[in-house]
Write a protein that binds this ligand. Structure first.
Ligand SMILES: Nc1ncnc2c1ncn2[C@@H]1O[C@H](COP(=O)(O)OP(=O)(O)O)[C@@H](O)[C@H]1O
Ligand SMILES: N[C@@H](CCOP(=O)(O)O)C(=O)O
Length: 321
């Protein structure tokens, strides 16, 4: 459950009165997500999502996130649309937090993605990358290679409490990645957190993408690596090459990877695994008092990181050329 900030009925009614969406019928905290406080808001005009932006979201980045959703929706991608208040603003303040209302996206996320889901996801990711090319606002990735060491410093002293030997392994991996991280690959707007819980399906059709609050400018192929990590491992943490092949085929049907991007996939996958290992480790060790949240397992990403070290060639992910 991710609700970090509670909202009183009075505060909510006053906030919603600033919009042209009728009065509040109900408002329930959503039992998913870990980053922000999300509520399913039912008003006289229908269903919406109310989000209060928490710890990792900087208020100065919100015009990027909200503008990106509008841009992608205009380009025909399924994604939530920010709702403007009566003054034309999509961003407000509620219970002392930056807050926005976005449209409700129909669909459900799949707990056990199949190769078919992976293929549709790959296609949607590539479409998002192409649609983002003419988005005007820039946002450097606040959670890329240069940010990992400062993040790591905040957990290092306690890492071996989570698993003996973890600190030394992370230290060694970070040093390798810092020395070899690529800087000459195609860049553009990436989602950066396109896990299965951020992709909705209606039956066998992909209905849209949500949760753009890590989106930024970075290496496009890094986003592919994030998805290989989050979509193509089985619950026992073995890599499913059929799913990898489907994801990469779906992506390449829309945007073929350049040979240098393909060659970098093992390294980018290691980096992506380390990035989620580090944020999960920090969150595991620092649950805010009173927060209703279930921290995610950091060791899942440690196992994935170790798998990627054994892959020297992108064919190991099912990449076909
Ligand atoms: N626009 C939307 N339409 C429908 N459901 C949504 C929408 N946005 C969020 N949700 C629901 O809220 C949950 C948490 O949202 P998410 O953006 O992933 O949270 P967080 O930012 O905390 O990670 C999602 O899994 C989904 O169930
Ligand atoms: N996907 C990240 C956590 C971010 O949460 P989300 O609910 O926004 O996907 C992870 O799994 O570590």
């Amino acid at each position: 459950m991710a609700v970090y900030t509670d909202v009183s009925d009075e505060e909510l009614a006053a906030f919603v009165a600033g919009y042209d969406i009728g009065g509040v019928v109900s408002c329930k905290g959503i039992a998913e997500g870990v980053e922000n406080s999300n509520f399913l808001l039912q008003t006289e005009a229908g269903r919406f999502i109310l989000t209060l932006y928490e710890k990792r979201v900087e208020a100065r980045d919100l015009p990027f996130f909200l503008g990106l959703m509008e841009h992608l929706a205009r380009a025909g991608l399924g994604c939530p649309l920010p709702v403007a208040d009566r003054g034309g603003k999509a961003l407000g303040v509620l219970a002392g937090r930056p807050a926005a209302i976005v449209t409700f996206l129909d669909g459900v996320w799949v707990r056990r993605p199949t190769a078919h889901h992976c293929e549709l996801l790959g296609e949607a990711l590539a479409r998002m990358h192409l649609a983002g090319l003419d988005f005007a606002i820039r946002r450097p990735n606040a959670l890329t290679i240069g940010a990992w060491r400062p993040l790591w410093e905040r957990s290092r002293a306690r890492a071996d409490e989570v698993a003996p030997g973890l600190a030394a392994d992370i230290e060694a991996e970070l040093a390798v990645l810092e020395a070899t991280w690529p800087s000459d690959l195609p860049v553009g707007v990436i989602h950066a957190d396109l896990f299965p819980d951020n992709v909705f399906f209606l039956g066998e059709r992909l209905s849209g993408l949500i949760d753009f609050y890590f989106a930024c400018d970075d290496l496009l192929a890094y986003d592919v690596a994030v998805c290989l990590n989050s979509w193509c491992f089985e619950p026992d943490l073995s890599f499913n090459i059929t799913k990898g092949r489907a994801l990469l085929a779906g992506y390449q049907r829309v945007r073929p990877l350049e040979p240098r991007e393909a060659a970098a996939l093992p390294l980018l996958s290691r980096g992506s695994a380390l990035r989620f290992l580090l944020t999960r480790l920090y969150d595991w060790l620092n649950v805010p008092p009173g927060a209703r949240v279930t921290p995610k397992d950091p060791l899942e990403y440690h196992r994935k990181m170790r798998f990627h070290r054994s892959i020297a060639d992108p064919a190991g992910y099912g990449l076909e050329r």
